[in-house]
Design a protein around this ligand. Sequence first.
Ligand SMILES: Cc1cc2nc3c(=O)[nH]c(=O)nc-3n(C[C@H](O)[C@H](O)[C@H](O)COP(=O)(O)OP(=O)(O)OC[C@H]3O[C@@H](n4cnc5c(N)ncnc54)[C@H](O)[C@@H]3O)c2cc1C
Length: 475
Amino acid sequence: MVKPHVVILGAGPGGLGAAFQLVRRKQAQVTVLERSNAVGGNAGSFELAGMRVDYGSHRLHPACDAEVLRDIREMLNGDLLDMPRHGRIRLRGHWIHFPLKPLDLALKLPPSFAFGVVTDFIGKVLPLNSNGAGSETFSSILEKGLGRTICRDFYFPYARKLWGVEPEELSATQARRRVSADSLTKMVRKVLSAVPGFKPPGSGRFFYPRQGYGQISEAYYQAARQMGATFHLNANVVAVEVKGNGQSVVSYQQNGQTYSATADYIWSTIPITVLANLITPPPPSDYLLSAKAIDYRGMILIYLVLGEDQFTEYDAHYFPEKHIRISRLSEPKNYSASNEPRNRTVLCAELPCSPDDLEWKMSDEQLGILMSDALSSAGLPVKAQILQVASRRLRQAYPIYLQGYERHFNQLDNWLSGIDGLLTFGRQGLFAHDNTHHALYMAYAAVNCLNDEGHFDHEQWQRYRQIFETHVVED
Ligand SMILES: Cc1cc2nc3c(=O)[nH]c(=O)nc-3n(C[C@H](O)[C@H](O)[C@H](O)COP(=O)(O)OP(=O)(O)OC[C@H]3O[C@@H](n4cnc5c(N)ncnc54)[C@H](O)[C@@H]3O)c2cc1C
């Protein structure tokens, strides 16, 4: 039997996982089209000053699906490190260990903050809470679950930075997808999990590839290629023509030329808002208005190469406070406890913003100053020599779940789901605020829905879609 030709759009973890599974199971001929010159998408790595660095802080969480984790371990061949988390949050000028630790909280929490949390907790136990009226939002859910103090000092300012809007403007879905400890009881459980006796397996730990987070994607890429998948890098998909006879034609531009590929199935992991505008025949105009009504938050990653062994012992620093412009700082060397190279380390700052913000157009030099200033105001001045400044821009870092976004997303999703042979998944494809292991799980799920006769089981896919709804992103 002739195997179907699956053309996969995007070579981030979602696209790579699907390519790998399809060729491993010999279920399809596979062509992957990727706009960038490297694989891995937002979860990739690149080399800077002789070190491998990621696009911001990335870790593989132990919540990873067992089959996916087994494959990653096997492909990485001893390179997947099991590391303790060792981060800090800056709260009202104090440093709190992250993940939270009871003793640290007791000793280091600003007294006014601790008092506020306890008062909030008592307020919850007493039946005075009347927060139930009206429709729920990100802020109402969190305030109800965690109390005002944690929200005011941590979640709300952090939310303003990440998504660039007021917490009241965000949908309740954001709270469910993003905040895993969304009640004081869960929070207490999280804190207790830092106590050895209470620790559930895996908590406070993460997996990290010795050669940077992108090693996971690169391993999928190499394995899929070896098993026969064809990859085109620097291939920007510019059109998807739906023929109506179960086949479609994908056009892409590579090195100034336009090429096309005929597909039995198109599996897209590119942003759903971009995909919607590439399809011909186009849908009625209100579908395209829906594509305009939802958007992603961008992010600039600023890298400082410093002439010293190590900046701090911590893997990541989180900055909810408004006056510190960046949201997080990571030191890639600390993710793999590497001592090499000597006398050099890299810091990576995450600066959430939008392409129309001033920062988006800043030069590396300006961004380097912005980052150094932010670190100084966080009490972490850079003292070593700055050897180099570099930056990268992610146009689609986080989906923004504004209130009412669900209606627009559902409209797009319903239309795209009705197109024969087209499937959209992954973080960008389903507008899902998720982790790498979720994108890989989606990819494996898609392949499970394609049977040996080349038919795609849509009912099974809908059941998987319900599972995807339960994914909660982890930091
Ligand atoms: C700052 C930050 C920190 C994160 N930290 C973690 C973490 O600690 N742990 C974790 O598990 N996850 C983390 N994530 C999430 C993780 O990066 C994503 O879950 C993962 O990258 C999703 O993979 P994907 O394939 O669905 O999408 P992407 O990685 O976004 O891949 C989509 C691909 O499509 C390509 N593409 C787009 N348009 C086109 C086009 N027109 N033609 C061809 N190709 C196109 C892109 O170039 C990209 O390669 C983090 C994300 C960010 C932004």
